[in-house]
Ligand binder design. Structure first.
Ligand SMILES: Nc1nc2c(ncn2[C@@H]2O[C@H](COP(=O)(O)OP(=O)(O)OP(=O)(O)O)[C@@H](O)[C@H]2O)c(=O)[nH]1
Ligand SMILES: [Mg+2]
Length: 807
């Protein structure tokens, strides 16, 4: 176990077993519950050893993502399937450290197969002439679950007229469904089968009857049974797990069946458990679906990983650099906008790494043309060039997708600066690396050392990032721990000083008290003013500011939404119509997603406002207030310390230290919440925005406004109206979200400081022991008992904490 974690655990145990009972007897439950909260926070920090670094690999299909992942975890062994994963297998595969190699799968239910059957049957019946040609609408609704098949309409030329276009799309869809069915039943997309046979087999696999009069072919029986098993598991919400130990071939086959074979279309989640030094160092690798091939939900999978879970984003490119589709995927994954919340404190932001694959091909090409240098020299030169070029190119692309003219707010620019400042570029060749690992004399690498492949440096970078992340978590834990320890110890010290102190004669105390009263009166007034102002800030100024800022955010959002809608004029009318029929979302020749796009445009100004204005103001005001309190207390302590033998300096100093410690805790207020906050803010915005959009679209379709001449104009008119409705509707929830977040931070502040006993009163009491405590403490027996107990508490403090105990 990590020493910091172990020590924290000891401290927590000490508090619970020894210090807490003492406190609850001496100080009362209120003070103790305050410490309890600190301990809760500390206990959460104890999960440090499990801190993972999720590195997500994003890049075009076939670029070499899986090959690279295999190289970094397996060396020469393939772990994730690579090479020729078709467009139908767009799964995120999570590779994580586990002592027992194997994999876990979560499947989709039977609905997915049934929709394939339904779509295929519709088209088949139409061809037989028993049914009218399905309309575009039927096609759209029947065949697909948005996510399931590659985008067709994008591939159909925009020049063909619309009827012809629909025909082309229809045929293409049919072909895709057919190929998918072939994959499910025969294990290969290209294995031709009779359509009726496919339909019957799929029905059987989904748990239904064969209705087209065909017989099951024994060679396909294994797969039908396999699908039935998968569907049954999905129905019971269970996962499938297979351990790799001792049955390599079976494992390989089974994994292949899942990742690229007949089960691939049914997979929801696939996790590979594996062992390798890199994984053991806390790195989890996520092989994301290839960009540019798949449809909506995969973008959702990508977005979920990239926006919400990635701690490192590996952009996999080749010598052509960041292609348009990858840049687009990056934009769409909302990675950049998620960084807006933390533009001013980017230390915990995910890091972007660019891996350039196929450097060996470039070297080969150059070598063929210029034999004056060795191939490995060409490799090294090309790698150096690529590094510089890519850095510039990333900057350029980011400008293009995110910083164009009016979009370029200062916060966005800050996000890009932060990203570029920590960007890493790794030109590499995974296949050459694998050759070094394999050490096959018949198939050596042309490179001189394994380092030249670029892969070891890439691995080292990931490891370093994982270490950094752990280190940061540990540093946070350490900080929390020392704060907590200081608070506990100052409290104990104060008790000790108070009980140990010689008790003064009653008249003497009374006189001191009088003098102190005189001195402290103006300070009390000042404190009261200060408290009033701070309370006012918390209760009025800031909430009002939040409201004003959301109003301003709304104006910005509304302008940006208009700009987005203006761009939709370029969309094909059929795409627009498809989108209106699907509640404002459709992935076609151009991608339309009103709920997300609207939410995004609203979220952005809000994110900026939160980090740049609200949190900043709040921290500043709080710090000023805390500093003022400390300052007032210090004035009193100074006065007291000048009183010589009339007071107990130890008590006074202990009290002052206690207040200083409390104030210190406030400095990082709100820091821990940024991440949860941004996920929540976004989800809530989408929620409020989605409903009205869907309702308006449905109404539009019910009224048949989606057919007939001028449909494009009508739809864009509708969307434009929606923009206003939606931005209006979003204002209130947006304010609520911000207020809620603020409340949480406020609570953190109150817990730490403001709700405490008045600091001047505490120090006053510390100086002038009240009559009651005076009497109590003059009971010699009791005094001895308390001091003994206190001694036990302090003596049992874990060794490592005792350094802070120099009396
Ligand atoms: N020469 C060379 N070939 C590579 C390199 N990286 C990958 N390849 C080859 O490129 C092909 C595709 O690699 P994959 O790793 O499967 O690609 P991918 O990015 O995972 O593709 P999808 O899973 O379809 O998105 C395979 O045949 C690899 O052997 C490289 O650095 N050099
Ligand atoms: Mg792959």
């Amino acid at each position: 176990m990590h020493p910091e974690v172990e020590q924290t655990q000891q401290l927590v145990e000490w508090y619970q077993k020894i210090a807490r009972p003492f406190f609850s007897k001496m100080l009362g439950e209120e003070k103790v519950s305050d410490f309890d909260r600190d301990v809760d926070r500390l206990s959460k920090g104890l999960r440090v050893p499990a801190t993972e670094l999720a590195a997500c690999f994003l890049g075009p299909s076939g670029i070499g993502k899986s090959t690279l992942i295999n190289a970094v975890v397996g060396g020469a062994n393939a772990v994730v399937p690579s090479g020729g994963v078709g467009p139908l297998t767009a799964q995120a595969i999570v590779v994580r450290n586990h002592h027992e190699p194997g994999f876990d799968v979560e499947y989709h239910g039977p609905g997915r197969i049934l929709r394939t059957v339904f779509g295929l049957e519709q088209m088949y019946k139409a061809e037989l002439g028993t049914l009218a040609k399905p309309t575009m609408m039927q096609l759209e609704l029947s065949d697909l679950d948005e996510d399931e098949l590659p985008d067709v309409s994008a591939q159909v030329s925009k020049d063909v007229d619309s009827d012809e276009r629909e025909d082309v799309i229809r045929l293409e869809r049919r072909e895709q469904l057919r190929r998918r069915s072939q994959l499910l039943i025969t294990g290969s997309q290209d294995q031709e089968r009779d359509l009726k046979y496919l339909l019957d087999s799929l029905r059987e696999a989904a748990g239904g009857q064969r209705v087209w009069g065909t017989e099951s072919d024994p060679s396909d029986a294994v797969r039908i049974a396999g699908i039935q098993r998968a569907v049954a598991l999905a129905k019971e919400n269970r996962t499938y797990a297979l351990s790799a130990s001792g049955r390599d071939l079976e494992f390989r086959t089974d994994l292949l069946n899942h990742a690229t074979g007949y089960l691939a279309p049914l997979i929801k989640n696939l996790t590979l458990n594996w062992q390798s030094p890199l994984l053991a160092s806390g790195v989890t690798l996520v092989d994301l679906p290839g960009v540019g091939v798949v449809r909506d939900i995969h973008k959702d999978v990508t977005r979920k990983w990239v926006r919400e879970k990635a701690h490192a984003l590996v952009l996999v490119v080749d010598h052509r650099g960041l292609t348009e589709s990858l840049a687009e995927a990056l934009r769409r994954s909302e990675f950049l906008s998620s960084l807006l919340y933390s533009a001013d404190e980017p230390e915990d932001d995910p890091i972007v790494l660019v891996a350039i694959t196929r450097m060996d091909d470039i070297a080969g090409e150059r070598y063929r043309q210029d034999k004056s240098k060795r191939k490995f020299q060409h490799f090294q030169e090309a790698a150096e060039e690529a590094k510089d070029r890519l850095k510039q190119e990333i900057q350029r692309r980011l400008d293009e997708i995110w910083l164009q003219n009016t979009d370029a707010t200062e916060t966005r620019q800050q996000v890009v600066r932060n990203l570029v400042a920590t960007l890493q570029v790794h030109p590499l060749s995974a296949p050459e690396y694998a050759k070094f690992i394999a050490g096959d004399a018949d198939d050596p690498s042309f490179l001189r050392t394994i380092e030249q492949t670029g892969v070891p440096a890439f691995i080292a970078s990931l490891e370093r990032l994982a270490q950094d992340r752990k280190q940061k978590a540990i540093a946070r834990l350490l900080e929390q721990r020392s704060l907590f320890r200081d608070r506990v110890i100052t409290t104990l010290r104060l008790q000790q000083a108070q009980w140990e102190g010689e008790t003064h004669a009653e008249e003497e105390v009374a006189k001191l008290k009088q003098e102190l009263e005189v001195f402290i009166r103006p300070l009390r007034e000042e404190l009261a003013n200060r408290q009033g102002a701070y309370r006012n800030f918390l209760k009025k100024t800031l909430p009002q500011r939040i409201k004003d800022l959301t109003k301003a955010a709304k104006a910005t959002a509304s302008r940006d939404v208009d700009r987005y809608l203006a761009r939709l004029w370029q969309a094909h009318w059929a795409t627009l119509r498809a989108s209106v029929r699907r509640g404002g979302r459709y992935s076609g020749a151009s991608d339309i997603n009103l709920p997300t796009e609207f939410a995004l445009r609203f979220e952005e100004p809000i994110a900026e406002v939160w980090g740049k204005e609200i949190l900043k103001d709040l921290r500043k005001e709080t710090k000023d207030y805390a500093d003022d309190c400390v300052n007032l207390v210090e004035q009193v302590t100074e006065w007291a310390l000048e009183q010589g033998a009339r007071i107990q300096p130890k008590i006074v100093e202990a009290q002052r230290d206690a207040i200083r410690t409390d104030a210190k805790q406030l400095q990082a207020v709100g820091h821990e919440m940024v991440k949860e906050m941004r996920d929540e803010a976004r989800a809530q915005l989408i929620n409020v925005i989605e409903g009205p959009i869907k309702a308006a679209c449905d109404k539009f379709v019910r009224e048949n406004s989606d057919v007939g001449a001028g449909v494009k104009r009508r739809i864009l008119g509708l969307y434009s109206e929606l923009a206003d409705t939606v931005t209006d509707a979003a204002e209130e929830p947006a304010t609520k979200i911000l207020l809620k977040l603020f409340k949480e931070v406020e609570k953190e502040i109150l817990d730490a400081f403001a709700n405490r006993e008045d600091p001047l009163a505490s120090v006053f009491n510390a100086i002038v022991t009240s009559q009651h405590t005076y009497l109590q403490r003059s009971d010699k027996q009791k005094k001895k008992r308390v001091l003994d107990e206190l001694d036990v508490v302090l003596r049992n403090l874990p060794e490592c904490e005792k350094a802070g105990l120099t009396a």
